[in-house]
Design a protein around this ligand. Structure first.
Ligand code: IYR
Length: 239
């Protein structure tokens, strides 16, 4: 059985417009920060739904879309998530489960086992990866590149949230298995990442971090294609 092929609706932009969008989007994304201090101000459910719709446009192995976004705004559920997450993190930080190199890496960030934000925020979303799926007949179906697919979906999710003026923290209390049971998920699903979502608190602070420069993250091999330097910061605006 093959899928029907349809013409691709692609919007071709002018070079100027591409440059303008590229620069503006970078500026916008560069202002994104992971937030740990939230206000309890409500957030419309529609915004969360749109962020999940957006994330679910992510490419995935064989288009299996191996993800489930579990959403809760229920104070009791949030309380249970917080309690269980803090229990695990207390063992990490105070029970010596965090290896020394990990402890050292976290020290400048000032994180500890307290996870108040899990109760403060109006919404908590847990992204579950589906290790396999089920076809229409209920038969087990293979899922491909599950981690890669969910990683891309998670990136698009936090991008969508930032773009709509919300803050989040990709949070991975370790180990996360408690979420499967607590949220009543089936055995083909595993927690991938958790996202407390809301507005930053008025007195929210974030670590004064620097991002790697382009030179540190970009390695070019061989010669650039012809004309490719026309749209580059060193050649000035394009016409
Ligand atoms: N999951 C723990 C520890 C932690 C790990 C990393 I890597 C971080 O960037 C931040 C925290 C916690 O949430 O505290």
């Amino acid at each position: 059985m093959s899928v029907t092929m349809i013409p691709h609706e692609f919007t071709r932009l002018s070079g100027d417009e591409q440059r303008r969008r590229a620069d503006a989007f970078f500026e916008e994304m560069d202002r994104r920060r992971s937030v740990r201090l939230f206000s309890d101000e409500p957030v419309p459910r529609h915004l969360i739904e749109q962020a999940i719709r957006t994330a679910s446009t992510a490419p995935s192995g064989a288009h299996r879309q191996p993800w489930t976004f579990v959403v809760t705004g229920d104070p009791e559920v949030k309380r249970q998530i917080r309690e269980a997450a803090e229990e695990e993190e207390r063992v990490n930080y105070e029970g010596g489960r965090l290896p020394e190199h990990w402890r050292q890496a976290l020290e400048p960030l000032g994180t500890d086992w307290h996870k108040d934000f899990l109760e403060t925020v109006p919404w908590v979303v847990v992204l579950f990866e589906q290790r396999f799926g089920f076809d229409a007949a209920g038969q087990k179906m293979h899922h491909f590149y599950v981690k890669e697919s969910c990683g891309i979906a998670a990136g698009m999710f936090i991008t969508a949230l930032h773009h709509m003026g919300l803050a989040t923290l990709p949070h991975t209390p370790s180990p996360m298995a408690f979420l499967t049971k607590l949220l009543g998920r089936p055995r083909n699903e595993r927690p991938f990442c958790m996202f407390p979502i809301g507005f930053p608190a008025d007195d929210c602070v974030v670590p004064d971090l620097e991002r790697k420069t382009l030179d540190q993250v970009l390695v070019e091999i061989g010669e650039s294609p012809r004309f490719s330097r026309q749209i580059g910061p060193d050649t000035g605006p394009t016409t």
